[in-house]
Unconditional design. Structure first.
Length: 186
């Protein structure tokens, strides 16, 4: 395996492969042992992913130059785009209860980042960091802060975010699950 990757925003032609990677690591498709290696809980249809790609430039991908395959994805969107998902609508409402960099968070100055999915065989190569840097540059034109959530049971994801300088700014509960609310500047 090489370490040469193309990092870019997805196009409509990439969405089928993006959806396949998202499904590969979705909690609904993993057993408890597999979840220990990380999982995602956000589900999007092909149509929603295409809309995110076209309207918000919110699908960043990493492509292995040797195989041409998408090996990692990172989603990001405005709170208004995510309003149809109850989890994100709830998060947007509670943002003002949290502070980051001595300021109250709000939905107009921040965007929601995640999930991030990296094919297991490509982990540990710095791809997640490259995707995050790419997306933060893209979204910095409109937002000051990046906000995300990590299920308290997902220690792998939490470690990734801490390693990448996300601050744990509090916890919240939704649908009986507990989450870390995390933020970083763009």
């Amino acid at each position: 395996m090489n370490n040469n990757f193309i990092i870019r925003n997805a196009t409509t032609g990439d969405i089928q492969e993006v959806k396949a990677l998202l499904e590969r690591y979705h909690a609904k498709n993993l057993d408890d042992q597999q979840k220990k290696n990380g999982f995602v809980t956000t589900d999007m249809t092909i149509s929603q992913l295409s809309q995110l790609c076209n309207e918000e430039n919110g699908v960043a991908i990493a492509i292995d130059e040797d195989t041409g395959k998408i090996v990692a994805i990172l989603l990001g969107a405005s709170w208004s785009f995510l309003k149809p998902w109850p989890m994100f609508e709830y998060m947007a409402k509670i943002l003002p209860n949290y502070s980051f960099r001595n300021s109250q968070l709000n939905s107009s100055e921040s965007y929601q980042y995640g999930p991030i999915c990296i094919a297991e065989e490509y982990r540990g190569l710095g791809i997640g960091e490259k995707l995050l840097d790419h997306q933060r540059k893209e979204f910095s034109k409109n937002y000051e802060n990046v906000v995300t959530f990590v299920n308290v049971k997902n220690s792998r994801s939490y470690a990734f975010h801490k390693r990448n300088k996300f601050e744990d700014i509090g916890r919240f509960e939704f649908n009986g699950n507990h989450y870390h609310l995390m933020a970083i500047g763009t």
